[in-house]
Design a protein around this ligand. Structure first.
Ligand SMILES: [Zn+2]
Ligand SMILES: [Zn+2]
Ligand SMILES: [Zn+2]
Length: 651
């Protein structure tokens, strides 16, 4: 067993389990359960709703507080939490203060060392006279003050079963990228309107960005955080040209040194800034040193946290399996995963209505820099997802079967928006202007009718990464990402999803996505999947319809002897449910059997419109995502969700 899994296993044992799970786990709409074997009825069931039939799951207008006008056991089926202006008292928990709350209240912590949201809260307390020079003692830790601070932070958020499921996007460009154009606030405003809770600004690493952009974008990010009352968590990051490899998202927890650390990182380790982009063992080493730098920046206290995800990993075939293993193994707390689906999902819309490329601009072929082992089939997407993720028994499964934590995400890679009218302003739209200023001028209205050659959607419009966070804070989002408590969807396929592994036939709260479940040999487990199907239209004005859900299972076989392995021959689809006629709230239960050897499970589901046997054959994946056709791939016609895995390891 890999050391990482064992340490995670220990952590998991110690993890407090989800108090609210059974205490409030009464579902009043009595969902039908789809069992593939006998199961005790009345299990914790699907996400709860305020009232039967209330389509409260997602509100396109996320305006003011929502009034419920009734008393209730307070849980929601929401994929996105909403406002609770009238009854915050119900959520004011007698919980110990978090480290972050203590920092806000502890005047020994300088203002400059607080994240922006924390500083905003401290200023509110100051204004209210709660926090004075002599008030840092125990008395201010009372519930009333803590509730005031929480109210200032974001009163609409209420955890369900221990977690808020916060939708986000870690891959977004602005006018500080030479191939993009929008202001930071444009991206934040759209992300907010389309339902995201967190986002990362990731302009391309480049000479101009390292010199100018990384610094100049920061006041824009800070202003955008404030403009939305810190409702939207906006991280600063960059799209790193990984030495010897593809692009990746690197981002940090906000703080006084966020710019300094990112600038030093970019100047020292970006492949295009310092000429280490080409594939060579020496440059591969540079990538690892970059991850080491981030780790050191945390341990030295310069920044509170940082993370790295590999972006569009199979696009050009240049992220070799041993490089991916290398990043992950070098700094497993920072190198967290990869895009399971690339952005640029509008790029496959056929001409003359769209760019007529591949989804994600996956329309490439091998080059001298590509890993020679990758097949031609790896250069396109399948149901909009990257080959590494969409192939059952493929590269991602080979990592999971080793016991390596490596998570998937889905993002917009927003640069220029499909059918948007805006253009760069004449005179401030040239490469010379960009080189001199580190940015383009603010966008202006262009020709009416919109640009059909733009291949991107706004953040939140199509791709979402849902993170189970204990609170709506920067630190909690990073913690959820690191824990792999994540699922992703396209086109708002699902309104809500909760996945647990628990002892079979019990009402045990079980273990969420990303967990390692330690269990005695012979104990019988089950996978419980609580789905809230979508009832509201997505941004294409269509109500997405979930047709099927698949369980994918693989054995944990331990470290691979060949670090360029990219297959897991034993992994396959072990169960499929047809949920096309199931109710909105549906709970699926799958018997995992008596535990003998270690294994993992992950889930996938689809609207069922484009299905085909997987690359491993019908015995492995009888009805997987079909290959996307370059030049003819309508992203709204082929929607999928994927979850991260849960491992089960015998003690
Ligand atoms: Zn770009
Ligand atoms: Zn990129
Ligand atoms: Zn990008």
């Amino acid at each position: 067993m890999s050391p990482s899994l064992l340490s995670r296993q220990r952590r998991d044992v110690a993890r407090p389990v989800h108090r609210a799970f059974t205490a409030r786990g009464v579902n009043r709409s009595t969902p039908r359960e789809f069992n593939d074997g006998g199961v005790a009825p009345g299990s914790w069931g699907p996400p709860l709703r305020d009232a039967p039939g209330a389509a409260a799951s997602e509100r396109p207008d996320r305006g003011g507080p929502v009034s419920h006008g009734h008393s209730h056991p307070h849980s929601h089926g929401d994929a996105r939490p909403h406002a609770h202006g009238e009854h915050d008292h119900e959520h004011a928990p007698a919980e110990p203060l978090s480290d972050e709350q203590r920092a806000v209240l502890d005047l020994g912590v300088a203002d400059s060392d607080l994240p922006p949201a924390g500083l905003a809260r401290r200023n509110i307390l100051r204004t209210a006279g709660i926090l004075g020079a002599s008030a840092a003692g125990a008395s201010v830790f009372g519930v009333g003050q803590a509730a005031a601070a929480d109210g200032a932070e974001r009163s609409r958020r209420a955890p369900r079963n221990g977690y808020l499921w916060l939708a986000g996007d870690h891959h977004i460009h602005t006018q500080y990228s030479s191939d993009a154009m929008y202001r930071v606030v444009d991206q934040v405003q759209h992300a907010h309107a389309y339902g995201l809770d967190w986002m990362v600004i990731t302009d391309h690493g480049s000479v101009a960005h390292a010199k100018l952009g990384v610094e100049k974008v920061n006041p824009d990010i800070r202003a955008a955080r404030e403009a939305f009352d810190n409702e939207m968590l906006v991280f600063q990051g960059l799209e790193w040209n990984i030495p010897a490899a593809e692009h990746g998202t690197v981002f940090v927890h906000p703080g006084a040194n966020e710019v300094a650390v990112l600038r030093e990182f970019e100047n020292s380790f970006d492949g295009s800034v310092n000429g280490t982009g080409s594939s060579s063992p020496a440059n591969e080493q540079q990538a690892l040193l970059g991850l080491d730098f981030l780790a050191t920046s945390i341990t030295s206290g310069r920044i509170a946290d940082a993370a790295f995800f590999a972006n569009h990993p199979a696009r050009k075939g240049i992220d070799s399996p041993h490089e991916i293993r290398g990043w992950r193994d070098r700094q497993p707390r920072i190198a967290l995963g990869m895009e399971g689906a690339p952005g640029h999902q509008a790029a496959g819309i056929p001409k003359p209505y769209g760019p007529g490329s591949g989804r994600g601009y996956y329309d490439n072929s091998p080059s001298a820099a590509s890993f020679p082992g990758y097949p031609l089939a790896s250069y396109i997407t399948y149901g909009g997802f990257d080959w590494m993720t969409s192939t059952v028994g493929g590269l991602w499964d080979s990592l999971l079967s080793e016991g390596k934590t490596w998570w998937i995400t889905a993002n917009s890679d927003s640069h220029t928006i499909y059918l948007d009218d805006a253009v760069r302003p004449p005179g401030a739209d040239t490469s010379a202007y960009f080189a001199e200023n580190g940015r383009y001028g603010d966008p202006v209205h262009g020709s009416a009718g919109g640009n059909v050659n733009n291949g991107d959607f706004w953040p939140g419009f199509y791709s979402r990464t849902h993170v189970g966070a204990r609170k709506a804070t920067y630190a909690a989002v990073l913690e959820g990402l690191r824990a792999g408590r994540m699922w992703v969807d396209h086109g708002r396929l699902l309104a809500g999803l909760e996945v647990r592994v628990r002892e079979r036939g019990t009402r045990d709260p079980g273990h969420p996505l990303g967990s390692v479940v330690p269990v005695g040999k012979g104990k019988r487990l089950e996978l419980v999947v609580a789905i809230t199907k979508q009832t509201l239209p997505n941004w294409a004005q269509v109500v997405p319809h979930l047709a099927k859900v698949d369980v994918i299972r693989g054995a944990v076989t331990g470290p691979a002897s060949d670090r360029d392995t990219f297959s897991a021959p034993g992994t396959r689809v072990v169960k499929s449910w047809d949920v096309s006629s199931s109710p909105t709230a549906v709970t699926l239960t799958h018997d995992l059997g008596a535990v003998d050897d270690g294994f993992y499970v992950r889930l996938r589901g689809s609207d069922g419109r484009r299905l085909a046997p997987g690359l491993g054959g019908a015995s492995v994946d009888p009805a997987g995502p079909a290959a996307d056709v370059i030049g003819d791939a309508d992203p709204w016609n082929d929607l999928w969700f994927y979850t991260n895995p849960i491992w089960v390891l015998p003690r």
